[in-house]
Design a protein. Structure first.
Length: 331
C-alpha cells in the first residue's frame, strides 16, 4: 500500500486557515436547530470572526491577483509546482495550472495531475465517459441537449452537482481546456468561503437560514427518466469536518427554496453578492493546456461562439470529485 503524506506548504503553515463560523449571542430556537443540523463546529466563536475574516479576505484579495501556476509535466508535479498550487488553493479555494506543452496533455495526464492533488476518480454522471471525465462541448444528442453545459448558452451562478445528495456532495472540480471557443466562454468564480463571510457580515441570520438542512430542494429529474434522481433537499452551507462547502444554483426553475422569509432575504442577498462584488470575482478564459482546480466554488460561464471549422469547437474536460482539495495529499 502506498504511503500518504499531507501536502506541505513549505515555510507557510500547512494548517488550513478557516475563519470561525458565527455563533449569535442570542439564538432563536430555529437558528439553534439550524446550526445543529448543519453541523457547524460548536467550538467556533463569534468573537474570533472579525479577526479571522479580515485576514482571510486580505489573503483572498492577494491570492486572486495571481492564480496561475506553470506546469512542466502534469504526470509528475515538482515540489515547487505542488507548493504553488497548494498556496493558491489555501488562500482562494482555487488555482489555475498552465501546462507548458498543451499538445502533450491527454485525459490520462489530467487524471494524473488531479490524482497528485489528492483527487480520485471523477464522480460519474449520465454524460461522462468511462474514465469519469465529461467532455464539455456543444452536443446535440438527446441526452446532452437537456443540459446547458453542453450548449453554447451562458450559465448562471452555481456550484457543480448542487442536485446531489449530501452523501455524494461534489467537493472539488477540475476544468481542462483542450480548445477555447472562437470567442467568449469566459468563466467567473468566487471563493465560497468569501461568499459566506460577506453574507454573514450582511446579516448573521442569513448564513444560519441557509445552513438549514431543508433550505434548498431540487425536484426529481423526471426528464431523465424514472428513478434517475429523486427529489433532494439540503443546506446551501454545510461543513465537512471543518471545511465549509456550498451547494447553490441561481436558476429560478427547478429550485424550491424553503418557505421562510429569512431564507428569501438571504437568497436575494447572496445573489446580489455574486452579481455586484466584481473586485472579488475571478474572471478567466481558459486557453489550450490551461485548467482550473477548485473546491467547487460558485461559478458562471459566458455564452460563446464556436468556430465552424471541423475539430475547432470549444472542448473542455471536466472532472467532479467527492474529495476536497483542502485534503491534498501526495501518494
Ligand atoms: Fe459548473
Amino acid at each position: 500500500m502506498l504511503s500518504r503524506q499531507r501536502l506541505e506548504f513549505g515555510s507557510v503553515s500547512a494548517t488550513p486557515t478557516r475563519y470561525p463560523a458565527p455563533v449569535p449571542l442570542f439564538e432563536s430556537q430555529t437558528t439553534r436547530a439550524a446550526r445543529t443540523q448543519s453541523g457547524i463546529p460548536a467550538h467556533l466563536r463569534e468573537d474570533n470572526f472579525s479577526r479571522g475574516w479580515d485576514d482571510r479576505l486580505a489573503r483572498y484579495r492577494r491570492g486572486i491577483e495571481d492564480l496561475s501556476v506553470e506546469i512542466a509535466d502534469p504526470l509528475k508535479l515538482s515540489a515547487n509546482e505542488r507548493h504553488a498550487l497548494a498556496v493558491r488553493v489555501r488562500d482562494t479555494n482555487m488555482a489555475v495550472y498552465r501546462c507548458r506543452q498543451p499538445e502533450n496533455v491527454d485525459r490520462a495526464a489530467i487524471q494524473a495531475l488531479t490524482s497528485q492533488l489528492g483527487l480520485g476518480k471523477p464522480d460519474s454522471n449520465l454524460c461522462s465517459a468511462n474514465d469519469g471525465l465529461s467532455e464539455l462541448e456543444v452536443n446535440h444528442s438527446a441526452t446532452h441537449q437537456r443540459y446547458i453545459p453542453y450548449s453554447n448558452r451562458p450559465m448562471g451562478w452555481h456550484t457543480d452537482g448542487y442536485y446531489h445528495t449530501p452523501e455524494r456532495a461534489i467537493r472539488a472540480m477540475a476544468l481542462h481546456c483542450v480548445r477555447p471557443a472562437m470567442s467568449d466562454g469566459t468563466l467567473q468564480l468566487m471563493d465560497h468561503e468569501i461568499v459566506f463571510g460577506l453574507l454573514h457580515r450582511c446579516d448573521s441570520r442569513y448564513t444560519a437560514a441557509l445552513s438549514q438542512s431543508d433550505a434548498m430542494t431540487i425536484p426529481a429529474n423526471e426528464a431523465a427518466g424514472p428513478g434517475v434522481r429523486g427529489s433532494v433537499s439540503g443546506p446551501v452551507f454545510s461543513y465537512n469536518g471543518d471545511a465549509l462547502q456550498m451547494r447553490y444554483s441561481a436558476r429560478k426553475r427547478n429550485i424550491i427554496w424553503k418557505s421562510d422569509p429569512v431564507v428569501g432575504e438571504a437568497i436575494a442577498a447572496l445573489a446580489e453578492i455574486l452579481d455586484s462584488c466584481a473586485e472579488l470575482v475571478v474572471t478567466h478564459r481558459l486557453l489550450p493546456g490551461e485548467g482550473l482546480v477548485c473546491n467547487n466554488v460558485p461559478h458562471r460561464r459566458d455564452g460563446f461562439t464556436d468556430s465552424s471549422q471541423p475539430g475547432c469547437a470549444r472542448l473542455i474536460y471536466r472532472g467532479r470529485y467527492t474529495q476536497a482539495l483542502t485534503t491534498m495529499v501526495l501518494r
